[in-house]
Design a protein around this ligand. Structure first.
Ligand code: HPA
Length: 254
């Protein structure tokens, strides 16, 4: 079953035909909210709002371990994370959809592994390719099937937030090789990897990153709201198609 984590601009999935909601208890505390179960285009799916349904949990306070564990526990065979980002690469404009392929992690102080605490043996995992390649390809295919254009790669920088970056920080991220910047991509991706659940992201460019183009003298939150409203409609169309593709692949693998 496809699991979808919605970020800012996607606290509900209008195309999810809801069957029930469930508050999942986890060994890691409370997830951001109840998981919503249902069907998308006739295929089972579940949805979790990363910042809570009232959008009250900031990026550094999200219980990523509980969220990913809850989706895994409920049988997620793939997790698609939807998140808004700032665009650093010059060709990425507000409203664009991007499927990132790499991550640079600048976050700190977040609980970012399941392999810690009493009785745990030291465990290292391979994270060379942080997103699941097959799921990324499936998202790109679904987007092209429904005529939604998406950039096929980007290096995602995960910053701590909740404040946005300074212009100099964005310059530094660019020198490091980052192309988009967001606050929630880590440790989500690594936790999914630790549990063995394929994970990929759909990023929506909400704004030019600080100090760039329209954001040269500051970032307009009003503009962001409008951009997200329009682009999340396109994301929903992609997810509609993706739910079907994911179910077909899972059925073939059974
Ligand atoms: N920076 C970090 N996170 C973001 C941004 C940004 O400019 N826009 C949306 N999420």
């Amino acid at each position: 079953m496809l699991g979808i984590i919605g970020g800012s601009g996607l606290t509900q999935l209008a195309n999810l035909d809801v069957s029930h909601r469930e508050v999942v208890r986890t060994p890691y505390g409370e997830p951001s909210g109840a998981i919503t179960f249902g069907e998308i285009g006739g295929q089972p799916a579940m949805f979790l709002a990363r910042h809570g349904y009232g959008h009250t949990i900031p990026p550094h306070e999200v219980n990523y371990r509980a969220n990913i564990w809850a989706l895994w526990h409920k049988g997620a065979t793939g997790i698609v994370s939807v998140a808004s980002v700032g665009g650093i690469r010059a060709d990425l404009a507000p409203g664009d959809i991007v499927i990132p392929h790499q991550i640079i992690d600048y976050t700190w102080g977040r609980r970012s592994t399941y392999h810690e605490g009493e009785g745990c043996t030291v465990t290292h995992i391979d994270f060379t390719e942080p997103y699941d390649r097959a799921l990324r390809q499936m998202i790109l295919l679904a987007a092209s099937d429904v005529g939604v254009s998406a950039h096929a790669s980007a290096v995602y920088a995960a910053t701590q937030g909740p404040r946005l970056e300074t212009a100099a920080e964005i310059d530094r991220l660019e020198r490091d090789g980052a192309e988009v910047v967001g606050m929630t991509g880590m440790p989500e991706a690594v936790l999914a990897r630790e549990l063995g659940v394929p994970y990929a992201a759909i990023n929506v460019i909400a704004n030019y990153a600080a100090g760039r183009a329209d954001s040269k003298d500051g970032i307009s939150f009003e503009a962001i709201e409008g951009v997200l409203r329009e682009s999340m409609d396109r994301v929903r169309i992609v997810i509609d198609r993706l739910a079907g593709c994911h179910a077909e692949v899972c059925a073939a693998a059974d």
